[in-house]
Design a protein around this ligand. Structure first.
Ligand code: THU
Length: 165
């Protein structure tokens, strides 16, 4: 199932995903439409590669982001990190799903830096839905996108550290 190309217009595909990842068809539909629409907000004059991202919070909210590039190229930020930055600074702490859309096919997946960024805030079984330009999509758990990952629980609690380094 992990790397199977699914169709968002195919009800059987969508319900299989919903069953496997505890989502509703309405949530999958909304994730798809919101991350696709979010591409229109991208600032990407250098790559012209639009990426939209949407996060579903555990209380049923949706937070969108898009890539924001910079004349100093490495300074640009991916859609996923823009969306998580918004979500976290708006006070959200738990997330049910992440969705990404691009204008290419087959679907693009979050870059390595974004996978690690997502890892900070999501459980390893969080589904990441990756949509192509036509609504075909792949779903993978975060643990599949980032195996053997390093996360916050690997560090000693700040309270156990000496006051000065
Ligand atoms: N990009 C994203 O927004 N997310 C990814 O996971 C991959 C790449 C953006 C960064 C840059 O603005 C453009 O796509 C081309 O790399």
């Amino acid at each position: 199932m992990a790397t199977t190309l699914l169709q968002s217009s195919n009800e059987a595909h969508v319900s299989k995903v919903c069953e496997e990842y505890s989502l509703t068809p309405a949530e999958v539909k909304t994730l798809h439409s919101r991350c696709s629409s979010a591409k229109a907000t991208a600032y990407c004059p250098y790559s012209r590669f639009r990426v939209g991202a949407t996060i579903l919070t555990d209380d049923g909210g949706y937070i969108d982001g898009a890539n924001v590039e910079n004349a100093s190229y490495p300074v640009g930020t991916c859609a996923e990190r823009v969306a998580f930055g918004k979500a976290v600074t708006e006070g959200h702490k738990k997330f049910k799903a992440v969705a990404v859309a691009t204008d290419i096919t087959p679907p693009a997946s979050p870059c390595g830096m974004c996978r690690q960024f997502i890892r900070e805030f999501c459980e390893l079984d969080t589904p990441v839905l990756m949509f192509d330009k036509d609504g075909a999509f792949i779903v993978m758990k975060l643990s599949q996108l980032l195996p053997l990952s390093f996360g916050p629980e690997a560090l000693p609690p700040p309270s156990s550290l000496p006051a000065t380094a």
